[in-house]
Write a protein that binds this ligand. Sequence first.
Ligand code: AMP
Length: 177
Amino acid sequence: MTLDLKDTIRTIPDYPKQGIMFRDITTLLGDARAFRRAIDELVQPFAGTKIDKVAGIEARGFILGGAVAHQLSAGFVPIRKKGKLPHTKVSIAYSLEYGFDEMEMHEDAVAPGERVILVDDLIATGGTAEGAVGLLKKIGADVVAACFVIDLQDLGGAKKIKAMGVPVRTLMSFGGH
Ligand code: AMP
């Protein structure tokens, strides 16, 4: 039987607040075939190319990014919320729906010129990914692509990242928030 990845995403209406359709990937992760398929499809454009590092955004980007890094024989770099990393860090403010937050990465996690892929579960407004790309560029990374399982296309995040000169790969789209 063919597997439609989109069917493995669970949608929870009005979570975490009224009007948001929460796209829950834990049901995809818990399905062995779907998890493998998602990772295979995320890495497919990069098979045979040299990728030095995969950067994952806390927290769901760690699960997907770790598997992507393993598949590409690349290193893994965590991009974390402020205050979690122990060594010398670079940090950047990024926009949330209401206000700003900060994300951080170890300063020596990527060497200048290394080829890096950014991974997260979902791109909505693109504020989080924009911050992560900014952080990687700050330390001289060559950001080869940004990959997401889900694109909330109406929110324009993918366009924002492409406008930064970074190709975007997504596996499925949903309308609305
Ligand atoms: P944004 O910065 O607006 O692109 O938001 C992306 C981040 O917020 C990702 O790390 C997602 O995991 C999370 N996110 C935003 N909207 C949703 C949604 N509707 N369902 C699940 N996660 C979401």
